[in-house]
Design a binder for this molecule. Sequence first.
Ligand code: 6GU
Length: 227
Amino acid sequence: MKIDIISVVPDLLQSPFAHSIMKRARDKGLLEVNVINLRDHTTYARAQVDDYQFGGGAGMVMMIEPLVNAIESLQKNTQYDEVIFLTPDGENFNQKMANHFSLKDKLLLICGHYKGIDQRVRDHFITKEISIGDYVLSGGELAAAVLVDAIGRLIPGVLNDETSALTDSFQDNLLAPPVYTRPETFRGWKVPEILMSGNHAKIAQWRMDQSLQRTQERRPDLLDDDQ
Ligand code: 6GU
């Protein structure tokens, strides 16, 4: 999968994909991430990409021309499945969307800044608008990093048995059960006996019970949600 990201702060997007599972996905050739600096596509003086909003009001708006230049120059070489704008007024991102996008081939992500981007870009170029939660970030970069991580790890071949996504929280609308590792006793705090029993059927049943209990307590909305 190829993911291109347009940003005015490309440095923010260097480290998130340089480690751990994202690094492995890229090293294996399963995920390609390119960060495009919007300022390389402006024709305005001093690499300007934002301006005051028509109608007045505080806050700058990202101008249409640099964005359209960047998008169209990328589209010359790449036919994107989706052109996604990261914005707090977008649709809330969730695991189902991550699963959906992980089967796509080419995505273009656009990170907004300031008060947002000129609405005409949204009207004519964006195919999906996504938020990562009900709070406001300084820009779309951290949200883009969240999307790439959540999507990238689900690309077929990226995870192995050790890191399987099948037992993740949300994968079946349930939170994951508690996990334990050595030592068996620490300061007198013991690992649940069932996990030491070697009875795999019983262990699976215990984990399912724990998952259900956790979900009931912490996220009852997931249980009556048909997402
Ligand atoms: Cl996608 N962008 C910004 N700037 N803030 C957010 C967000 C996105 N999602 C939640 N808050």
